[in-house]
Write a protein that binds this ligand. Structure first.
Ligand SMILES: CC(C)(COP(=O)(O)OP(=O)(O)OC[C@H]1O[C@@H](n2cnc3c(N)ncnc32)[C@H](O)[C@@H]1OP(=O)(O)O)[C@@H](O)C(=O)NCCC(=O)NCCS
Length: 160
């Protein structure tokens, strides 16, 4: 078994949770974790995301999970994107989630470190992400990892 018991104490370390590439068998656990975090059940969305990020071009696309197939405790998804917005190839993080009762114990940092290592191995020098303005936790998390405002500003408008 790659993990500790399912009832950790607050003092317990999560360092024995192995971070690895997701397989198809993990998708149900990702769907369940996302439902716990967001309150929304989106099976088709996650299956399609796995098809894109977990099943193809695995040297450039990374879908990493922590936990067992039956119960995923955290995941992170990223991709090397080249020349998007005129920018040289860089790593983009699209999603990161940790099971609520395991948060603020370092698992998010370990997931982010793991995807950074994959990006470095893929030959890129920068990692980027986009965060919701009103999500203070995700801001605090990425700032704690050393990320700062980048060179782009997102623009949008309604189409009607
Ligand atoms: C963001 C998230 C992944 C962080 O996971 P985590 O395992 O708690 O992260 P860590 O324990 O590695 O925290 C690292 C640092 O982030 C900051 N941080 C994390 N959670 C924080 C919080 N609730 N408030 C303030 N700072 C926080 C702290 O600086 C922390 O370092 P510290 O513990 O030494 O103070 C997790 O909170 C989460 O899943 N959030 C909901 C999902 C989400 O909004 N995802 C973004 C859209 S995809």
């Amino acid at each position: 078994m790659a993990r500790r018991s399912t009832t950790p104490t607050p003092q317990e370390s999560d360092e024995d949770l192995i971070i690895r590439s997701a397989t198809l068998a993990d998708v149900a656990g990702v769907i369940a974790l996302d439902e716990e975090v967001t309150g929304l059940l989106k099976p088709q969305y996650w299956r399609e995301l796995f098809e894109h990020f977990g099943a193809r071009r695995r040297d450039q696309r990374f879908f990493l999970v922590a936990g067992d197939p039956g119960r995923i405790d955290g995941f992170i998804i990223g991709e090397v994107r080249a020349w998007e917005f005129g920018s040289p190839p860089s790593g983009w993080v699209f999603a990161v989630q940790v099971r609520p009762r395991l948060r603020v114990r370092g698992l998010g940092s370990r997931l982010f470190a793991a995807v950074r290592a994959r990006f470095r191995a893929a030959g890129v020098e920068r990692v980027r992400t986009m965060v919701a303005r009103d999500n203070a936790v995700i801001h605090a998390f990425f700032r704690s990892q050393g990320m700062m405002a980048g060179p782009f500003i997102e623009l949008e408008m309604r189409l009607d």
